[in-house]
Design a protein around this ligand. Sequence first.
Ligand SMILES: [Zn+2]
Length: 135
Amino acid sequence: MAKWKGISKARKNNVPEFGKELVRRSKSTCELCGESNRSLSVYEVGKTDEEADLKRCVHICDECKNTIKNLDKATEYDLRFLNNAIWSEEIAVKATAIHIISELENKDRYPWIEDLLDMIYIDDELKEICEKMKH
Ligand SMILES: [Zn+2]
């Protein structure tokens, strides 16, 4: 069963400093689902033993956070934010969406999710960030 091991709450080193930057970047909307007026927190995707990297951090709402934390229980409805996130102009968000899709088991149940990966172009920079997110 796939577990979301790599994601953790903001840790002591420089992740908290990313807060301000992320507020600006996200314009106070959830970077995954695009909803505003929700409380947001900084999430770091991938290995937490590595140096914190803004490109592995996203500013997301509790709802998206819960979905990510319980990815094996996520329903198609819970995952609809991928439709929004995959087209994000912010590379960290795009990489997070790709990472989530790659972590999903049974994604063949949801062909639209697999289709998302076919629709986007993954350049070298994006590929590099996705690699960093892997456990
Ligand atoms: Zn959200």
